[in-house]
Design a protein around this ligand. Sequence first.
Ligand code: ATR
Length: 284
Amino acid sequence: MEKNMQAEKLFGVIGDPVGHSLSPVMHNDQFAFQELPYYYHAFHVKPGELKEAVNGLKALHVSGFNVTVPHKIEVMNYLDSIDEEARMIGAVNTVVKEENGWIGYNTDGKGYVESLLTKAGETLENSSILVIGAGGAARAVISELARRGVRQLTVTNRTSAKAEALKERVSERADIRAVPTPEAEKDTPSFDIIINTTSVGMSPHVDNIPWRTDHLKPGCICSDLIYNPLKTAWLQEAERAGAQVLNGVGMFVGQGAFAFQKWTGIWPDVDRMHAVVMHHLGGN
Ligand code: ATR
């Protein structure tokens, strides 16, 4: 958007913290690139202020917004309808103002799987996939993998009961195993893809490693949803052990790309979004 042009539509993200979000720079660059007179802003919304904030956004006639930590679950109370995927995941990260009201979607899982496919090739159905963690991010990733027909899906978590609960949640979609961590560790050589959805290894605890790398299947993919640091200690170790590695930038960009499409009807230039984000993260 040119500097003295009025934005015709307003978008944004609500979260706490939200100051370091890369969504504004990513979406505003893409709006300009697509010559759309739209603007995207980061709104700091503290817990306890969510209802007022969502009502405020509605009253201001924003056209849509993203939702990030810690509001992805509670925001569902203030929307008119929740898309089936988001309901399955139990969280909303993208809200769209549609003819029939404010609709909540979840683009995290789709965004993640798109980025995984760039590494894994075209199909995942026959891959054996391990997901570490059973929180919101794991639910998004597992729901989408199950929707895509992955047949050999295993989840493990520090707290086993949460892995069991996640398994129950998606069991109508996929035959998924919930396995205690020591047992899953023994199975490490059988996995084609290992996905860390926990925060283990995230800055500032950059030396922590979520999974051992000493008996990985040759050629397997180790994928971390973390992008701060860009290459976690686990990914560095896995790469030295011969694995292909994937960081969390692709998921961040992918969820943004699907949100952008929902708001504008246009599939964005994903490579450009990726480059903008990498530039701001100090990568290349
Ligand atoms: P998110 O929405 O990012 O997934 P979350 O819902 O709080 O966040 O889930 C965090 C996940 O990381 C959980 O699976 C958590 O394990 P527990 O269910 O046992 O709490 C996992 N996690 C966080 N810190 C961890 C640690 N130090 N070691 C192992 N797992 C950890």
